[in-house]
Design a protein around this ligand. Structure first.
Ligand code: HPA
Length: 274
């Protein structure tokens, strides 16, 4: 796919014809983190496979749906399931839905993901808000784009995550009696998990948690001017001195448990948006 602004517009027009409206908030739900979908009232749901210009779904993503509805008085558009680089998609495919969200009026983007905790203070099931990230993915969604309609090529990343949104989430967490930590997320290609040596290296470079997503979407969100908030659910403890073999069903189960708490947080924060 050669990305053009016309493709983005075509997809947005299709969605409007399906009953999607201009929306204020966008949501990207990570692996095992789908409870947000239940918070959306009177949701209109369209499978990714029916949306023009969306990437062709892999088997894993037959379930992928784009949702539109309201959380409180705020119109939202939500991705139930995201596209990952390790599945074989290009960076521009992975981030195409973010450009469509922008075209649909979105100003705020909420993202969740499952991540491995390398900071020894993190336990399985913890919620950690991204205060910054390190991009180790081998490609960039802005590479090759030279049409100014997409935004600045040399996108500023001095504040990739919005400070006011982060403050709202921290305030709401106190009200909801939930603990949210803050940390630095490093994105890797995967899909294999890291070796002990790699966890040591990632920790030494300053990262608190590691995952295989989120950063491409945040880069594009910054290019098009969306304010971002992202939260990781820590699904495994990556202590190189005591590394346990990965257990994917356990990762999904832990994500599922934390998911309710996470979606209550995002929901309350979205309701306050104006
Ligand atoms: N590494 C990379 N991605 C992950 C991990 C991890 O340990 N856990 C969940 N996603």
């Amino acid at each position: 796919m050669t990305l053009t602004p016309e493709l983005v517009t075509e997809t947005a027009l299709f969605l409007k014809a399906q009953g999607f409206h201009q929306s204020l908030a966008g949501i990207v739900m990570g692996t095992g983190l789908g409870t947000m979908a239940e918070k959306i009232e009177n949701a209109v749901s369209v499978p990714y496979s029916e949306i023009p210009n969306f990437p062709e779904a892999t088997v894993e993503f037959h379930k992928g749906h784009l949702l539109f509805g309201k959380i409180g008085n705020v119109k939202v558009v939500a991705m139930q399931g995201r596209f990952h680089y390790y599945e074989g998609y290009s960076m521009q495919q992975i981030t195409f839905p973010i450009r469509v969200m922008k075209e649909m009026g979105v100003e705020y983007l909420f993202l969740s993901n499952a991540a491995g905790g390398m900071n020894p203070a993190y336990k399985k099931g913890d919620l950690v808000m991204l205060e910054n990230h390190i991009n180790l993915l081998p490609d960039n969604p802005l590479r090759g784009l030279n049409n100014p309609a997409f935004g600045q090529r040399f996108t500023d990343m001095s504040h990739p995550y919005d400070r006011a949104l982060a403050e709202s989430i921290e305030r709401i967490a106190v009200l909801q009696n939930t603990s949210v930590k803050k940390g630095i997320y490093v994105s890797v290609m995967g899909p294999n998990l890291e070796t002990k040596a790699e966890y040591r290296w990632l920790r030494a470079m300053g990262a608190d948690m590691v995952g295989m997503s989120t950063v491409p979407e945040v880069i594009v969100a910054n290019q098009v001017g969306l304010k971002c908030a992202a939260i990781s659910v820590i699904t495994d403890e990556c202590d190189p001195d005591n590394l346990q073999p990965v257990n994917i069903p356990e990762i999904i189960q832990i994500a599922g448990k934390a998911d309710k708490v996470l979606s209550n947080l995002f929901t309350a924060c979205i309701k306050e948006l104006k």
